[in-house]
Write a new protein. Structure first.
Length: 260
């Protein structure tokens, strides 16, 4: 069973690749969290957690999901984690490991993939250049191909993690600030002169935080569910969405299978 969360599509691509190799079921955390999170695993079924890194931490939604998660028979089932990030992951896996330990689940192997940058919510951050995007995707595809046999054959004790420098400061200090102050839908704005009311932004929001659709001007619900994944911003075909003034004149990115 592959529990996954994806905003701009990087993690969905990786989780789908693993699913094709293992035949394990995929469960979208953004949908599953709305229901009864009790699961019974099939014989020899793996437990996978695939998600993007938010502020050098697992996304808030992933951590909430794990709090409510009840796997009836986790003992003896191989468990792995795979996270995607634009740069490095800090102590993301350590935080995930502690959360899962409370549920009686032990991570056997863990992996990270460096993917094209999509977080543009701070003044000094932008998407990668086309060349860097291409290089990252090529390397990630190669690494995912290398990681998959470890998952397929349930090999424990393997870690390939891009932890980076100052992991504790990044995850515990800066990550705490990110979680407490930067995860919000309040700065989102729509340029009504550009918006074509196509409904794309509402359709791609992983948590359904945008009220809109074909023929409607999008509105954010301000209900506390926003992940600030910026998927709405990146997918807008006319660049009509901004995150306050922080995204002005910045680029857009989402994982496009047709460009692989």
């Amino acid at each position: 069973m592959i529990f996954y969360l994806s905003g701009t599509g990087n993690t969905h691509w990786a989780a789908s690749y693993i699913c094709d190799a293992t035949g394990d079921r995929m469960v979208n955390i953004a949908d599953a969290i709305k229901g009864n999170n009790t699961y019974t695993l099939d014989k020899d079924e793996r437990i996978g957690f695939c998600f993007p890194v938010h502020g050098w931490r697992p996304p808030v939604l992933v951590r909430r999901f794990i709090e409510d998660l009840n796997i009836v028979n986790p003992d003896g089932h191989f468990c792995y984690a795979l996270c995607t990030a634009g740069d490095n992951i800090g102590e993301t896996i350590d935080i995930l490991r502690a959360d899962l330990k409370k549920k009686g689940i032990k991570i056997d192997s863990a992996f990270s993939l460096i993917m094209p940058e999509s977080y543009v919510g701070l003044p000094f951050m932008d998407v990668d250049t086309p060349e860097k995007e291409r290089q990252k995707k090529e390397l990630a595809a190669k690494e995912l191909e290398e990681y998959t046999p470890y998952i397929l054959y349930r090999r424990s004790g393997f870690e390939h993690l891009d932890i980076g420098r100052w992991p504790r400061i990044n995850s515990r200090v800066i990550g705490g600030f990110f979680t407490n102050f930067l995860i919000t839908d309040k700065p989102f704005r729509v340029d009504t002169r550009r918006c074509i009311e196509c409904g794309t932004c509402a359709g791609v929001c992983p948590v359904g935080d945008i009220k809109g659709g074909k023929g409607l001007m999008p509105e954010w619900r301000h209900n506390g569910l926003c992940l600030t994944c910026l998927s709405c911003y990146h997918h807008c075909p006319v660049h009509a969405i901004e995150f306050g003034g922080r995204t002005k004149n910045k680029g857009q990115y989402y994982f496009d299978k047709n460009k692989q």
